[in-house]
Each structure stands twice: as structure tokens, then as C-alpha cells.
Design a protein around this ligand. Structure first.
Ligand SMILES: *[C@@H]1O[C@H](CO)[C@@H](O)[C@H](O)[C@H]1NC(C)=O
Ligand SMILES: *[C@@H]1O[C@H](CO)[C@@H](O)[C@H](O)[C@H]1NC(C)=O
Ligand SMILES: *[C@@H]1O[C@H](CO)[C@@H](O)[C@H](O)[C@H]1NC(C)=O
Ligand SMILES: *[C@@H]1O[C@H](CO)[C@@H](O)[C@H](O)[C@H]1NC(C)=O
Length: 474
């Protein structure tokens, strides 16, 4: 889920965020990557590592409405004795957040964390944090209000899998307010898999920020065996989606394809907000080149946030969405003034089956082409009551152009309609992401030919209006 800039802390916090972090601060235009670098652990294809046995596999559950996959969640435990929670593994945000047992707005179907039932709980550091998410991660239809949580940073043991990886003294957020989009989704909380080993809490009273180690890195660094790689692998296809912590599951992808399909992140943008951001050179729609970067510029003209918490593709602006849909069909148009597009379901089904839409992502040093998963173009019926037979298409635009904060380049969000077609490997140490070819094509799932499309969402299920505010939520 894309975290919006607007923490309720003052704007000064964001400046502090940028400067307080000591990690990977580099000159924005420095060419810091060089091809041919030896990456010993990446992708589990090092000669010293046993194929298929690296990392800890975590089964994921998919939340699907109709034929559209919205979110992937897995189970963690927190506290002593352990309390169980389902959390969305989200590369678009850096925090672990859970609902607290005194929350009345967090959704009655959810497990709520009870601090007083845990002997290892500590209320420190006790910093209050209000977050705003600008994502359609819990849905696909943008709404005119964003999703919010009110939380306090506290400490406890956070564990996953059996035998467990344990993160002792882990700081995370316990929340006593969820807005409706978070309250109604099946998962209890969000597990941010942002790109950095550390996160920052704002300490408003002292006008500073407090650094903490993220739960993922705490697991990796303190794993008893000590042999976990600083990376995780994700398979979001069917039938058994899976997250692998500290390695990748080489049973699921062709290892030989990973290294040649690995891109470097834009280090400055990725570290600024602990996201996975790379350049975007071009988008091809049925072999028509829609946009392509100026080859004499040192970086690609656009950037893309790679977000496992978004079930859509967010274009940087209205015009870009319009240009894409113009190539595809005159019968597709805006469905609202909040960024949704669509048209007759039969038209969208046909495009979903036949169109080839691809994105060239990466940096000048290395870029790869990734395709929109077959079938993912059609998100399903938009509003059964008011507009029967009208389906929503996968590209959504923000209400104001989204730009990254360093050079003002237009910013996209590439969500799971692209990511689930690959075995993705995310390495926050080398700052790179690989797109391995799946061994089966089942990753191109979600779309069952001949079965048509069910109703994907009711009105109001969307997750927050895409408010560009002229600045991307980095
Ligand atoms: C925002 O949502 C409310 C409640 O659904 C609605 O009354 C209002 O017209 C909406 N505003 C816009 C700009 O869409
Ligand atoms: C929940 O409990 C915490 C800790 O006692 C408190 O700070 C917070 O205000 C409570 N929230 C609600 C909604 O009662
Ligand atoms: C955990 O490992 C990462 C990557 O090697 C490193 O950057 C970080 O400093 C480590 N954290 C701690 C607390 O050792
Ligand atoms: C391409 O980039 C170069 C170098 O940044 C710049 O001088 C030139 O004006 C750009 N050309 C276009 C068409 O934007």
C-alpha cells in the first residue's frame, strides 16, 4: 500500500525523515551501480547454496473478490504466549501495524492484540503515529477519502513460521483506530516489507525521529542458523502463493532467468521512504510504444513503485491513462472523477485475453521488460446496480499528477497485476529486485477462461482516493 506523505506530524517531519536516516545516502545523480557485480547470495543460485532449500517458506492466503486477487496475507504471532494475526505482506509500506483490543473501529472479524495478555509487551517507545494510506490495496475502486490508522509504537516479540523466526524486542504499531477500508478487509493488519532495514518513528515532542529495526530484518539478523540471505521471494500466483523469508524458493522459478532479469532500485527514492522504486523507461501497448525515455538523459523519464499491496496499476496522471485506453478501445472511458476507467465487460474481457501490455523497468544500467498478467486487465463489474455490464479496467489514475520528490519525474505504481506474473526476489541490501520466470504459468492466474468474471467489488470497497497533491507518497 502506498503510504501517503501526509503523516499528521508536521511537514517538518518529512524533512527530518529524509535527513535523519544515515542509510545509503547518495548523490542523486551518482552512477552507483555497475553491471557484472558479484551478488553472492542473490536469488539462491550461488553454488554454495542448496537449490530449493534457501529461506523459510510462509504460505499465503489470497483475498479474492470474483476473479480479482486483491491482497495476500500470512500468519504471524505477537507476544508471550503468542497471539495470532493475519497480515498483508506489503512492499509499499515499512511498518508492522496491528489492531489493539480497545479498538472499536477495527472490524469485529479481526483478531485484536491484547497487550496485557503478553508478558513480553512493553508500551515503549510509546510514540503516537497517524498514518494515511493512498492505496487501492484493499480494493480497486478509488474513493474520495483516504484510509487512516491511529497507532502507538510499542514493543513485543514478533514471530513467524514453525519452528519460528523470532524478533525479540520488536517495535511495531498497535492501533486503536482503523478507517473503514482497513476495518472491512479480511487481514487483521499490515506487515510492511519496505526496502530499508530500519524504520523511523516521528517524535513530535522532541522534533526528531527515532530509528528502529524492522521485524523482517530483525528475523534475518537474529535467525539462529544465521544463514538467511538478506532477501525475500514472493510467489503471488496460484494454487499456493508463498512468501519466502531469507531466500527464495527455487522450486517455483527458473533460477537461470533471475539474474538476467534483476533490476537496480533508484537508491535515493527507495531509501527516502523505504520503498522499492526503480526507473520506468517505456510502456508498450500491443506493440505501440506509448512513452519512452529521452536516451540522452541520465535516468529514465518516469519511475515506478513496485507494490505488492496494490491490486491495480496506477498511472502517473489522467493523460497517461487516457493514452493507454485510446490505443485499446474507444469504448473505455472514465467511470468516475476519482480515477477509475472501464467499459462494457465483454470488451474488457476480450482485451484481457488478447492485449499485450508491457513495461520496461530498471535503470540505465539494466532494465527488463515485464508484462501485465493475462486476464488482469479486467478488474470486474464496477457497480452492478447503477451500471450493470460495465467493468473496471486495471489502469487507475490519480486525481493530480503523481511525481517523485527528487527530480519531479512522473511516478507510477506497478501493483500485483504485473508482479504476480513473476517470482519476485527483493533484496534490500543490494537494493535490487529480480523477476524470475515462473516454472508454471499458473502465476498468470486469477483469470479463468470461459468462466467469465464475477462481481469483484461493491461500491465503497475502494481504498482511498489517489491524491497526488503534486507529490508522490514517497
Ligand atoms: C465523496 O463521497 C461522499 C459520500 O459518498 C459523496 O456524498 C460526495 O459527493 C463525494 N464527493 C466527490 C467529490 O466525489
Ligand atoms: C486504548 O488503550 C491505550 C492504552 O491504554 C490508550 O492510550 C488509548 O487511548 C486507548 N484507545 C481507545 C480508543 O480507547
Ligand atoms: C541487519 O542486517 C542488515 C543487512 O546486513 C544491516 O544493514 C543492519 O545493520 C543489521 N542490523 C542489526 C541491528 O544488526
Ligand atoms: C533529452 O535530455 C537531454 C539531457 O538531459 C536534454 O538536453 C534534452 O533537451 C532532452 N530532450 C528532450 C526532447 O527532452
Amino acid at each position: 500500500m502506498k503510504l501517503l506523505l501526509s503523516f499528521t506530524a508536521s511537514a517538518a517531519f518529512h524533512v527530518a525523515t529524509g535527513s535523519a536516516s544515515s542509510i545509503h545516502r547518495r548523490d542523486p545523480y551518482e552512477i552507483f551501480r555497475f553491471p557484472g557485480r558479484i551478488l553472492p547470495q542473490f536469488g539462491g543460485n550461488d553454488a554454495n547454496q542448496q537449490i530449493g532449500s534457501t529461506g523459510v517458506n510462509i504460505p499465503l492466503e489470497v483475498w479474492r473478490i470474483g476473479a480479482t486477487d486483491l491482497q495476500w496475507a500470512g500468519e504471524i504471532t505477537v507476544g508471550t504466549p503468542p497471539q495470532k494475526f493475519k497480515v498483508i505482506f506489503d512492499t509499499g509500506s515499512p511498518y508492522l501495524l496491528l489492531p489493539r483490543n480497545n479498538c472499536t473501529t477495527c472490524g469485529s472479524q479481526h483478531n485484536l492484540f491484547n497487550p496485557s495478555a503478553s508478558t513480553t509487551f512493553s508500551p515503549s517507545p510509546g510514540l503516537p503515529l497517524q498514518l494515511e494510506f493512498g492505496s487501492a490495496g484493499g480494493g480497486t475502486v478509488p474513493t474520495n477519502s483516504s484510509q487512516r490508522v491511529n497507532c502507538i509504537a510499542a514493543t513485543d516479540t514478533v514471530s513467524i513460521s514453525s519452528p519460528p523466526l523470532e524478533a525479540f524486542n520488536q517495535q511495531f504499531l498497535v492501533c486503536d483506530y482503523y478507517s473503514s477500508g482497513l476495518a472491512t478487509q479480511p487481514a487483521d493488519g499490515i506487515f510492511g516489507l519496505g526496502s530499508l532495514p530500519t524504520g523511523l518513528w516521528p517524535d513530535k515532542s522532541r522534533k526528531t525521529t527515532v530509528e528502529f529495526e524492522t521485524a523482517y530484518w530483525n528475523w534475518i539478523n537474529s535467525s539462529a542458523s544465521g544463514d538467511l540471505s538478506p532477501e525475500f521471494g514472493m510467489f503471488l500466483g496460484s494454487p499456493n502463493p508463498q512468501l519466502t523469508l531469507g531466500g527464495s524458493d527455487t522450486n517455483l522459478y527458473r533460477t537461470s532467468t533471475l539474474r538476467s532479469r534483476t533490476i537496480f532500485l533508484d537508491v535515493q527514492l527507495s531509501t527516502m521512504r523505504s520503498s522499492w522504486v526503480s526507473g520506468l523507461r517505456s510502456v508498450k501497448v500491443n506493440n505501440q510504444l506509448l512513452l519512452s525515455s529521452n536516451e540522452s538523459s541520465p535516468v529514465f523519464d518516469d519511475v515506478a513503485l513496485l507494490d505488492t499491496g496494490s491490486a491495480i496499476i496506477l498511472t502517473p496522471d489522467f493523460t497517461t491513462a487516457a493514452n493507454i485506453y485510446n490505443i485499446l478501445s474507444p469504448q473505455i472511458g472514465p467511470l468516475d472523477d476519482l480515477g477509475s476507467w472501464g467499459g462494457p465487460c465483454s470488451v474488457l474481457d476480450n482485451i484481457a485475453e488478447t492485449a499485450i501490455i508491457s513495461f520496461t523497468v530498471g535503470t540505465k544500467e539494466k532494465a527488463v521488460e515485464v508484462d501485465l498478467v493475462k486476464g488482469a486487465f479486467n478488474l470486474g463489474v464496477f457497480d452492478e446496480v447503477a451500471r450493470p455490464g460495465i467493468c473496471q479496467a486495471v489502469f487507475v489514475n490519480p486525481t493530480e499528477p503523481a511525481r517523485e520528490p527528487v527530480r519531479g519525474r512522473l511516478a507510477w505504481v506497478l501493483g500485483t497485476p504485473v508482479l504476480k506474473g513473476y517470482y519476485t526476489v527483493w533484496d534490500g541490501k543490494q537494493m535490487e529486485v529480480g523477476f524470475g520466470e515462473l516454472k508454471t504459468q499458473e502465476g498468470n492466474g486469477g483469470y479463468e477462461k470461459g468462466k467469465g468474471w464475477g462481481k469483484r467489488h461493491g461500491k465503497g470497497k475502494g481504498w482511498g482516493k489517489w491524491r497526488g497533491r503534486g507529490v508522490w507518497g514517497l
